[in-house]
Design a protein around this ligand. Structure first.
Ligand code: PXL
Length: 282
């Protein structure tokens, strides 16, 4: 696969911003985003929206950052460092979503602005632990998704957001259409959790045309942070100036390689790993 270029030593890389939650186990959330961005030649700026208490077995609690502090982190980064793309992950509450939406409009992040926004509408961990208050689902639909350049829900999130149970190609297309109607410029519907074949096919839809991306399905129990890694790789490619379809094509290959390189950690699910990029070529 073609990798994103690393900046020569001592030169300033492109930058991207993740607005998301931390993972004390180091597998998902801001830690996954930062690792993928670094391995994609991107300097990662972070606006912390929540601090989770978790290990490989699950999330046992989280603390929300005051909405104003979340927005101030975004404002501070964009006004000085400048970013080529942004992404959101765990935002926890409608108050944080509203504050993020307001500051994105102010600083020019999101659909219709210069800085593209990848929205990963994180609702729960892979163990089913809630990462978003149920009251915030309306804000995800009406405030966050309309600002998305690209929205990347998993199938559980598709069900919560659209009410559509994706079981085949027809329901996947209907879900993508619904996400586009909610206001996302590009909607992704991931087939990664459909257990019907040896391949994983994702759909990308811009209101006109369905683009299909297929990769080998990697069967591993160590897929913690996979969704974050995909969204962070899209944001990284956008920061490097890729179009959305090219950025998605890159990200799909990237996350496949990261799934193949995933490792055991603790007693539960280990993380997908972008660190294969550090391996010496033979
Ligand atoms: O992978 C989704 C996700 C995002 N952000 C945080 C998480 C998780 C999953 O556990 O903990 C902080």
């Amino acid at each position: 696969m073609d990798l994103l270029p690393l900046a020569p030593s001592g030169t300033t890389p492109v930058r991207a911003l993740t607005i998301a939650g931390t993972d004390s186990g180091g597998g998902a959330g801001i830690q996954a985003d930062s690792r993928t961005m670094a391995m994609c030649g991107v300097h990662a700026c972070v606006a912390v929206a929540a601090v989770t208490v978790q290990n490989s077995l699950g999330v046992s609690g989280f603390h929300e950052i005051p909405p104003q502090i979340v927005a101030d982190q975004v404002r501070s980064v964009v006004s000085d460092i400048g970013v080529g793309a942004a992404k959101t992950g765990m935002l926890a509450s409608s108050a944080i979503i509203n504050a993020v939406a307001e500051v994105c409009d102010e600083v020019g992040i999101g659909k219709g602005h210069a800085i593209p926004l990848v929205v990963d509408p994180v609702c729960a961990s892979m163990h089913g632990d809630p990462l978003l208050h149920p009251e915030a689902l309306d804000a995800v639909r009406n405030t966050l998704i309309p600002r998305a350049t690209v929205v990347t829900p998993n199938l559980d999130e598709v069900r919560l957001i659209t009410g559509i149970d994706v079981v085949d190609d027809a329901t996947a297309r209907r879900a993508a259409e619904t996400l586009h109607q909610l206001g996302a410029q590009w909607a992704v519907v991931k087939g990664g959790h459909l257990r019907s074949s040896t391949e994983s096919t994702d759909l990308l839809f811009d209101g006109n045309e369905f683009h299909e991306f297929t990769a080998p399905r990697i069967d591993t129990g160590n897929d913690h942070g996979g969704g974050d890694t995909l969204a962070a790789a899209i944001a990284s490619a956008l920061a490097h100036g890729y179009s959305v379809p090219d950025a998605f094509g890159f990200a799909k290959e990237w996350v496949t390689r990261c799934l193949a390189a995933a490792y055991d950690l603790g007693g539960g699910h280990g993380p997908v790993s972008p660190l294969w990029r550090l391996e010496e070529p033979n």
